[in-house]
Every structure is written in structure tokens, then in C-alpha cells.
Design a protein around this ligand. Structure first.
Ligand code: XMP
Ligand code: MG
Length: 176
């Protein structure tokens, strides 16, 4: 069994998800929204966020996934685009659901990609945020983040190292 140093506990994550859900429901109240999860890392956050939105009274919620990854750990900003949305987003209120922001390259690419499809609005919710690594400037008024993390490679709650550790209910660093 690997030794994992916990950086965000289950309880802290639950509170952050709730805070983000509260902000989304405040912004969109009676609107219909489309949640767009970024595969694969956002799948756990998506599952918890979507149900939290229901508990907060949002009933008109649809869920889609898009598969985009950056070559993690680099600042090259190179993006791999593997799977597009299956529905048009023109005129829709779109909320991108991302696991973690690092350099910002993935989100800068994604915002550009979706913006031209003319959604009614487009915001991002990201559960984790490595503030010190930012290279791309992102529109702060459209980004809601949860927990700030140090510049370390983290795993858990959807995040992996070589495909492993996504199922941890908390986030931490693997001591190898
Ligand atoms: P950028 O640099 O584009 O990075 O903002 C965001 C994407 O990179 C992945 N990422 C990580 N994945 N542990 C991970 O498992 C990490 O510490 C980490 N940092 C960034 C993530 O997929 C995110 O979409
Ligand atoms: Mg990713």
C-alpha cells in the first residue's frame, strides 16, 4: 500500500463542493444549465457537484463530458483533444467542470473552443487550484475554484498517477 500525505480531507472537499454548488445555484437559480465535465479527472467532482446542485433545488441540469488533456507537468500548453461534446451548446448556459487548474492551458483552450459556439453564458468550476503555476491568464470573473494547493503533483478524488489513485476519497501526494 502506498504512503499518501493528505492535502485535502474528505470533509474539506465536501465543504468546497458545497460552496461551489451554492455559487452555481445562486448564479443560475431557475435557469437550465449544461455541466461539461473534463475527462477523466473531473468524474468524481461531477458526480458530487451534480447531486449537490439537486439538493440545492436545481432540477434543470444536463451532464456532458469532453475529453481534453494537457501534457501534465509541462508549460508547453500542448493539448490533446480526444472527444467532443455530443450536443450543441448555442444559447445554453454552460458550466465547465474541471478537477484542477495548473498552468491554465487546458482551460484557456477549452474556453476558446466553446466560446465560438455561442453559449448564452460560459463559466468554469474547478475544485482544485495550483495558484503559483499559472501561465495563461484566465477570466477570473468566470472561474470559481474550491481548494488552493501547493505546486505538487497530487492524486485522488479523480486525479491519477499513471491511471491509479483516482478512487481515493481525499487528495494527497504519493510518497514513493
Ligand atoms: P493545466 O496546466 O492545463 O493543467 O492547467 C490542468 C490539467 O492537468 C492535469 N493536472 C493534474 N493531474 N495531478 C493530476 O493527476 C496533478 O497534480 C495535476 N495538475 C494538473 C489535470 O488533468 C488538469 O485537467
Ligand atoms: Mg485534465
Amino acid at each position: 500500500m502506498s504512503n499518501i500525505q493528505v492535502l485535502a480531507t474528505e470533509r474539506q472537499i465536501r465543504q468546497a463542493v458545497r460552496r461551489i454548488a451554492r455559487e452555481v445555484s445562486r448564479r443560475y437559480q431557475e435557469e437550465s444549465i449544461l455541466l461539461v465535465g473534463v475527462l477523466t479527472g473531473a468524474f468524481v467532482f461531477m458526480a458530487d457537484l451534480a447531486r449537490e446542485l439537486y439538493r440545492m433545488g436545481m432540477t434543470d441540469v444536463e451532464i456532458e463530458f469532453i475529453d481534453i488533456s494537457s501534457y501534465s507537468g509541462t508549460e508547453s500548453g500542448q493539448i490533446r483533444f480526444d472527444r467532443d461534446l455530443t450536443v450543441p451548446i448555442s444559447g445554453r448556459h454552460v458550466v465547465i467542470v474541471e478537477d484542477i487548474i495548473d498552468t491554465g492551458a487546458t482551460l484557456a483552450f477549452l474556453l476558446k473552443l466553446l466560446e465560438v459556439r455561442e453559449p448564452a453564458s460560459l463559466i468554469v468550476v474547478a475544485l482544485f487550484n495550483k495558484v503559483t503555476r499559472r501561465v495563461e491568464t484566465l477570466p477570473s470573473e468566470r472561474i470559481i475554484t474550491g481548494i488552493d494547493l501547493p505546486n505538487k503533483f497530487v492524486v485522488g478524488y479523480g486525479l491519477d498517477r499513471n491511471g491509479k489513485f483516482r478512487h481515493l476519497p481525499f487528495v494527497g501526494i504519493v510518497a514513493s
